[in-house]
Ligand binder design. Structure first.
Ligand code: GUN
Length: 294
């Protein structure tokens, strides 16, 4: 079994990004600029945004956070989005989700200029991805594709089972893995809460992408010997063995499944660290106008 080490892969990509940004700045050009908009004071969102900002700055990006009160109206947030859409010094921005209930998140996502949508959540980017046009890919699928590429994992002709059908993980993974690309070219089955014979389908998989949101859902009896297992889940569990008092678990029962897998991504340290890197890769692409060339 080989561990898919997302942490060290992410660190390697960070070094690559840092060098590229340093070369831009050395050439007397402004650094790529990422903005995060945070509405309210949800502690998890604060942590995510803080980590995005810290990483961006460490790699030489310009990074700003727009903090808006929890009672900001939808109209005010849409005005901020419009301002950022039109600021030539902002290459890409994200509006951190979840938003307070009185704001329609779909409306806000759709107000973002697709050319600056480095989250890859706008329907235009999802549609472009679907038909194979250059697009900003959402962070988690992008990170998984990068891991498969860098570990040189064969996907062509393989049976890939995706567990979960969310707009930002399961559905894009289904599309990306079935496209005529490398990695890609797989035969994909997407499973969800209404799937019959789920266990049997997962057992026939050469590649399992678990994004079902259920702690340790994938057990060894569901996994074929030699399967590649990618774990997207994040669940906190109380523990008296860690300093924080918490331990992270994935959608896969790691201890037992790792005995059967050929490759497996752990939680923590697998897909998670790749997501911030994906966002920064997208921001650099936005700066270089690599996705939308007009
Ligand atoms: N909330 C949790 N993850 C994300 C993300 O990747 N982007 C945004 N905008 N909000 C999130």
């Amino acid at each position: 079994m080989q561990l898919i080490d997302g942490k060290s892969t992410a660190n390697k990509i960070k070094e690559e990004l840092k060098e590229e940004v340093a070369a831009i700045v050395d050439n007397d050009q402004r650094a790529p600029h990422l903005v995060a908009v945070l509405v309210g004071d949800d502690p998890a969102s604060e942590t995510y945004v803080g980590s995005k900002e810290k990483n961006a700055k460490k790699l030489g990006f310009t990074s700003s956070v727009y903090r808006l009160d929890a009672d900001t109206t939808e109209e005010e947030l849409l005005k901020t989005v419009d301002f950022l859409n039109n600021d030539p010094e902002v290459d890409g921005f994200i509006v951190q989700l979840p938003l307070p209930e009185h704001i329609n998140a779909d409306k806000v996502t759709q107000a973002i200029d697709p050319k600056k949508d480095v989250d890859g959540f706008h329907p235009v980017n999802l549609g472009r991805m679907m038909i194979g046009l250059p697009a900003y890919l959402p962070a988690t699928p992008n990170g998984i594709m990068e891991l498969l590429k860098r570990y040189d994992i064969e996907t062509e002709g393989k049976h890939c089972v995706v567990l979960g059908r969310s707009n930002i993980v399961g559905t894009p993974m289904n599309i990306l893995m079935s496209r005529k690309t490398k990695p890609g070219n797989a035969t994909v089955t997407m499973c969800h809460s209404r799937t019959q014979n789920l266990k049997g389908i997962v057992k026939s998989a050469d590649i399992i992408i678990a994004a079902i949101g259920k702690k340790e859902f994938v057990t060894a009896d569901m996994v074929k010997e030699g399967a590649v297992v990618i774990d997207v889940g994040i669940h906190r569990e109380k523990s008296d063995k860690t300093k924080s008092g918490w331990k992270l678990k994935g959608d896969v029962a790691f201890d037992e499944v790792s005995k059967k897998a050929s490759y497996i991504s752990p939680v923590p340290g697998g897909v998670g660290p790749m997501t911030i890197v994906s966002l920064l890769m997208n921001t650099l692409k936005a700066y270089k106008k690599e996705v939308y060339t007009d």
